[in-house]
Design a protein around this ligand. Sequence first.
Ligand code: OOG
Ligand code: NI
Length: 460
Amino acid sequence: MPAHDFVSPDHIRAQFSAAMSHMYKQEVPLYGALLELVGDINRQVMAERPTLAQALRWTGEIERLDQERHGAIRVGTAEELATIARLFAVMGMTPVGYYDLSPAGVPVHSTAFRAVHERSLHVSPFRVFTSLLRLELIDDAPLRELARGILAKRQIFTPGVLELIERHEREGGLSAADAERFVEQALHTFRWHQQATVSAAQYRRLHDQHRLIADVVAFKGPHINHLTPRTLDIDAIQAGMPAKGISPKAVVEGPPTRQHPILLRQTSFKALQETVAFSDAPGSHTARFGEIEQRGAALTPKGRSLYDRLLDATREALGTAPTESNAERYQALLARHFAEFPDDLAQMREQGLAYFRYFATEKGLAERTRADRPSTLQGLIDVGHVHYEALVYEDFLPVSAAGIFQSNLGGDVQAEYGSNANREAFEAALGLPVQDELALYAQSERRSLQACAQALQITL
Ligand code: OOG
Ligand code: NI
């Protein structure tokens, strides 16, 4: 088939994201309620904060906001991860970043599959936080073998989706009809299965080792465990949830409230117990939960290390993990420590703390032939020929992810694994390297500067 008859991967991703949202709404009705709350608050924020609305118009985020969401899955084997990577590649999604969750007592390491070019992100920013279970961290050898044996027997992909992945790889794309079938077939991998693959006793053994192990091993596939919409005001969401009958986790993960948000703030609420059928008896399982997030500026290495330092200092001052009982103190400490992080776009830019997007303004275009116009970026910004906005953070945060995992796995941290980062092993399982998110932001910033320079007919 000629290449021009292929559907763009961006389009397949947008379709898949919509289909996933539709499926999850039916599986977890509370997700629908959450979408309504987020939609209401976003509309309110847009009406009440014209500067913010204007910024979202500059960056085009206003057009992607309503369909912006991320999902999360947990796979059990290297083979599953490698095929997931090939499946996501059909939709233009690449693994970005490496997250080691073992220091937080969660025996997984992870990446985020997402689009990388700003143009693709604009069409669909859909991302999937994908974790691989690390059985090698479990020291109970018989249990490890039990889990391995169960996982080796399952097939989480339909024959149809495997065939279409191969066609995509062989021919370089999919036709419209194939893309539609791909979306329908791929969805099966992420579905909830009430029927467990293990007996009640086996489930209990897996669960007693770690709830996460039971969640990954005892079912037919890597059911999507949450789908997270993006809000423009997470504090309003956190405050508004109880009135909707939803009780959020004690603290919002990430940086404190700011005029100019940075990175990512997230809150979640516990999964409901779901009835399942073990091979020999009925039972229940808790896995799926709700989450909401607010996204802010992508930080440079300098900005990120400032963020990490301030978050560490906050946690050290608190002396323990943030919980219900110390939430207020944690909030206050967070705000106090983060006072050191400038809450002003110009300062963040001058100090090299964040990545930005640059735009030629009407005025800049109208005056581009004037001989007396400034010739430096700063000069052009000062006279209003160039406008800039922060580049939005498209990734995740390991400390936040650990907090989300823990609050939803419930109970105490059941295990201590120490720090076991092993990016090489993860990439070997994946079958390809993960991309460096900082390099991607730097490239995106550079492209916007080049486009701006070209429009203004100047060298920047
Ligand atoms: C993933 C938890 C992490 C996030 O947004 O940081 C996450 C999981 O529970 O599988 O989704
Ligand atoms: Ni999440």
